[in-house]
Design a protein around this ligand. Structure first.
Ligand code: AVI
Length: 325
């Protein structure tokens, strides 16, 4: 798009949070872009492809847990409750949750399924899929921020809550952010409510490294898509040929970090700002934090939860932990 073609909509984009977040990240000495902006329509599609690619084991591991152990998960999520609010943060396509919901219906548990997601498009598709699979389901979606959704549900719902946060989404926060997230989550729950978190475990570093540098280049495209998104929505002129994707997993800290590396000295223009890149300069794009199982238990306790149960896949690569508030 030519910059003079920017319309009114683009002008309002430039005063929006996306633009502000992007520019404040690119003004920092170590440039960074928030990975939450990966997920526009093209990013959602790329992520779906990543989840099916041979190297990206995380989704298959968690699917195995939900497919094979839904009954066990449910037993520890419900305790004696026969009636709950089932809340899912960042529900996506809920392919794993469907196993749990199937089990709940079979056991004649009364529940309202309350997915929370920032994307109206995702919620619409999810609603259609769930109502087709489970015509009797009571589904009440909340479109917006997780904590706004939880706060809303805290005032409206009186039932015990079961909160799902699957897919290793906690891993896209630094350890410090994850700790703050868990404290905030706890503050919105009542004693006895339960949460289930999907967490990717530390393992052979080559397996992790490969999951974020797949042969087909999907993760590369997933990162580049954010450059395309900034060009389209913010009128920037990133040339993706001038960047390459690089990811590094540190097996000591468990942190997998994704970067874009500038291949030349060059300048990227936004309509009212320019950003200088030096050859070999990095943009930090994403963190995917891996944990030792004991660290998840320490995280639970430090944020006011009690770890009550955990189910791992057969290879012990991924764990769904259940904590009580
Ligand atoms: C969504 N999230 C848990 C993914 C992950 O594994 O960190 C995002 C992702 N990034 C590259 N591949 C997948």
């Amino acid at each position: 798009m030519r910059r003079e073609d920017l319309d009114q909509n683009d002008l309002s984009n430039r005063s929006g949070v996306f633009y502000q977040d992007v520019l404040s990240g690119l003004r920092e000495p170590m440039k960074r872009l928030p990975s939450k902006y990966f997920y526009d329509a093209a990013g959602d599609l790329l992520f779906q492809k990543i989840m099916r690619c041979p190297e990206y084991y995380l989704t298959r591991c968690e699917e195995e847990i939900f497919r094979d152990k839904a009954g066990e998960l449910l037993e520890h999520l419900l305790q004696a409750n026969r009636q709950v609010d089932l809340i899912e943060l960042g529900a996506g396509d809920a392919s794993k949750t469907q196993h749990l919901i199937g089990e709940m219906l079979q056991q004649q548990i009364h529940f309202t399924y309350r997915p929370i997601d920032i994307s109206p498009h995702v919620l619409e598709q999810l609603g259609d899929r769930m109502r087709t699979a489970f015509p009797t389901i009571d589904l009440q979606a909340f479109q917006g921020d997780y904590f706004d959704g939880l706060a809303d549900m805290a005032t409206t719902g009186a039932l015990p809550k079961v909160v799902l946060f699957l897919g290793a989404n906690l891993g896209n926060m630094t350890r410090q952010q994850a700790a703050q997230f868990c404290v905030r989550l706890r503050s919105l729950l009542h004693t006895g409510d339960r949460v289930l978190l999907g967490i990717d475990l530390m393992k052979n570093p080559r397996i992790i490294q490969a999951a974020y540098a797949d042969e087909a280049g999907l993760t590369w495209q997933f990162n580049m898509n954010l450059l395309r998104r900034m060009n389209k929505e913010l009128g920037a002129d990133f040339n993706e040929e001038l960047f390459e994707h690089y990811c590094q997993y540190d097996p000591v800290s468990g942190t997998c970090s994704s970067y874009l590396v500038s291949l030349l000295d060059h300048v990227v223009h936004f309509p009212d700002e320019q950003v200088l890149f030096e050859k070999d300069e990095l943009i930090h794009m994403e963190v995917s934090q891996k944990y030792r199982f004991e660290e998840t238990q320490a995280l639970a306790r430090a944020s006011g939860f009690m770890p009550v149960h955990a189910v791992a896949d057969k290879r012990n690569w991924f764990v769904d932990v259940i904590w009580e508030a």
